[in-house]
Design a protein around this ligand. Structure first.
Ligand code: ADP
Length: 251
């Protein structure tokens, strides 16, 4: 099984040290929760992992290959997919077409561009369409594949964002606050989805404020405060950690 490794990763924005020498590993077949108060560096860490920000220090490797200087696209090719805090969907496009945007790295002929009408492009589109449909059915959006994304409710948009990430057929998926704005029932559904992804062999990193959800689904949890890693280990150990309780969970 592959492992994505962060070693002493740091990021500063001018004088702000947003992430301060954090080391963690994300393995395939594992859910790793990343928690911490506002401003503790969680989203910055996710942006460093996915390649949206360059590192100020440390390294990121995948099975020993250094990804630190690789672009977002190169990391996507290496098998790293992500979602955003605010779903980034194209409102006038259907659920299915939004999901298919996640298939871009398998598209040989730029089939999403107007003019791709060769038989090869049509076969390719059909193959990717089937993949996207299967993923949407698996995630519970099968009944609304033709709906324009703007008509989807908040939870459906969040699940579509995950479906699009899965269409890339990643080895690792990084979820930025996937439970944000969801009801308890929808969080149950989200829990089933992330556990199914883990059981299918993906490495799942969850950046999340909803600590009950994180502690319930994660195999391992890392807690940050002011950019520093204050605890890492089993959900039980991190939940009981005195520093985590002091700065985040409250006594
Ligand atoms: P979290 O996701 O845990 O709420 P962030 O990673 O968003 O924390 O932020 C960590 C720190 O880095 C905060 O002090 C924040 O203000 C700062 N920060 C984040 N992104 C930027 C940026 N693009 N420019 C300047 N400072 C930033």
């Amino acid at each position: 099984m592959s492992a994505l490794q962060l070693q002493s990763v740091s990021k500063h924005f001018g004088g702000v040290l947003a992430v301060d020498q954090v080391s963690l590993s994300l393995r395939q077949g594992e859910i790793h929760g990343l928690i911490g108060p506002n401003g503790s560096g969680k989203t910055t860490l996710l942006n460093l992992l996915s390649g949206y920000y360059p590192l100020s220090g440390g390294s990121i490797t995948l099975d020993g290959d250094d990804l630190s200087a690789k672009t977002v696209q190169q990391r996507a090719y290496a098998g790293i997919s992500r979602t955003f805090q605010k779903p980034r969907l194209l409102g006038s496009m259907s659920t299915l077409d939004n999901a298919m945007l996640g298939c871009w790295k398998d598209s040989q002929s730029n089939m999403l561009q107007i003019g791709a009408f060769t038989p090869k492009a049509r076969r390719e589109e059909s193959r990717l369409r089937s993949r996207a449909e299967e993923i949407l059915h698996g995630i519970g959006l099968g009944a609304i594949i033709d709906e324009p994304a703007r008509l989807l409710d908040h939870a459906e948009q969040r699940f579509l964002e995950i479906a699009r990430g899965l269409c890339m057929q990643p080895r690792f998926i990084l979820l930025d606050e996937p439970a944000g704005g969801l009801t308890e029932t929808e969080i149950e559904r989200l829990a089933d989805i992330v556990v199914a992804m883990r059981d299918a062999g993906l490495g799942v990193l969850i950046v999340e404020h909803h600590t009950d959800f994180v502690f319930r689904v994660s195999n391992r949890v890392t807690a940050l405060n002011l950019g520093k890693q204050i605890a890492s280990g089993s959900p039980q150990a991190v939940r009981a950690d005195a520093e985590v309780i002091r700065v985040y969970l409250g006594a």
